[in-house]
Design a protein around this ligand. Structure first.
Ligand code: SAH
Length: 352
């Protein structure tokens, strides 16, 4: 029988399995705390549990660790990027960023991505599978262990489309915020989506308190469909309607991500269109100089971003230019995994 991935289980689910196996319910909380508070990932080290029970736990459950395949430290800032190998040999990327207020971590939610955004390295490497709740969670726990820090912010902006792995992402959010475990406030979590509209409505209804970031990148349908194929299914009108619903329902401001790309979406007309689109919305625009990827010739003139921000500002739209961190270590999501996957011929597991 295949062992159950214990780190993907909620406390309720763990209780249920233990009771079904003839154990006392209170053991679940004890084990949950060993895992999520003390971060002990071997049953044999859970010292207040009897040796017999530890043996039984080893028979029923597995604790899926992530292995550091590669670690890159920026020499410009304190950004550290991990390429983690999963138990099946696939790779994901996790980035730890240092800000004045503390550490923020960027996690992946899928191995690869189906969304096909033209500027994104994750899309180019293709889609393999969803990450389990524990594989998302362990990017945080392993990175905190490896670097001896506690993160104060989590952004779901790594490889993958979180709303295309909705159930596991929700379970992950439940796990990191469980008051009996890690107890992390979802107010310090941002979820970034390319715009899977039905799931934005679902998420709004849950009122989780997290920040929704929407990768907009273009204010007209034909241009957006060109660089983001998801727009052909959920166009800008439908997307903004869903965002307005999210704002109304949760009372939270939505962030729009906009990677400014020369000759694609950076003209005065583009800025004007964006301003008209977002007028009166409780939102914020995050302008990003596009990260260069090998396969495309996209670039951003630094002055272009500042000019774009000014133009939006004059039209009453609040915009900031995102600081690029780790530019010397290929911090644009998906680049490391793509290289690793290419080297191992997409099978994963091989050294590089
Ligand atoms: N799938 C989700 C989250 C992953 S991408 C989403 O689309 O939002 C995280 C952010 O990085 C998104 O805003 C994405 O559009 C942006 N991004 C991807 N590749 C980029 C690049 N080369 N330069 C700048 N931003 C990029």
């Amino acid at each position: 029988m295949e062992k159950t991935d214990i780190l993907s289980l909620s406390l309720d689910e763990l209780e249920k399995i233990l009771v079904e196996n003839g154990e006392k319910k209170f053991r679940a909380k004890q084990i949950f705390q060993w895992l999520h508070v003390r971060r002990v990932f071997e049953f044999d080290k859970m010292t207040d549990i009897s040796v017999q029970l530890r043996e039984r736990l080893n028979g029923i459950f597995c604790i899926n660790r992530l292995f550091v395949q590669k670690r890159l430290e920026s020499s410009i800032d304190n950004t550290v990027k991990y390429l983690y190998r999963l138990s099946d040999g696939n790779f994901v990327e996790t980035v730890l960023m240092k800000y004045s207020y503390g550490y923020s971590i960027c996690v992946s939610t899928q191995v690869g991505c189906k969304m096909g955004c033209k500027f994104c390295a994750s899309a180019i490497a293709g889609f393999v599978r969803n990450l389990s709740p524990s594989e998302i969670l362990m990017q945080i726990y392993e990175t905190e262990k490896n670097t001896d820090v506690r993160v104060s912010g989590v952004v779901m902006m790594g490889i993958g489309e979180p709303l295309d792995n909705y159930d596991n992402v929700l379970k992950f959010l439940g796990l990191i915020s469980d008051i009996n475990g890690n107890n992390f406030s979802l107010r310090h979590v941002s979820l970034s989506t390319c715009g899977i509209v039905p799931r934005i409505y679902d998420l709004a209804a849950l009122k989780l308190g997290l920040t929704l970031s929407v990768s907009l990148h273009c204010a007209d349908d034909s241009g957006r469909s060109e660089i983001m194929p998801v727009n052909r299914t959920y166009n800008i009108e439908k997307l903004l309607e869903a965002c307005k619903f999210y704002i109304d329902k949760t009372g939270r401001r939505v962030t729009f991500e906009y990677a400014v790309i020369d000759n694609v979406n950076s003209s005065d007309k583009d800025a004007d269109r964006l301003a008209v689109l977002l007028r009166g919305m409780n939102c914020h625009v995050n302008l990003i100089p596009v990260n260069k990827i090998r396969e495309r010739n996209y670039r951003t003139a630094r002055a272009g971003v500042a000019e774009f921000a000014k133009r939006l500002g004059r039209r009453g739209i609040n915009a900031t230019v995102r600081r690029t961190l780790g530019s010397d270590i290929e911090a644009a999501c998906g680049q490391l995994r793509r290289d690793a996957a290419e080297k191992s011929n997409m099978n994963g597991g091989a050294d590089f």
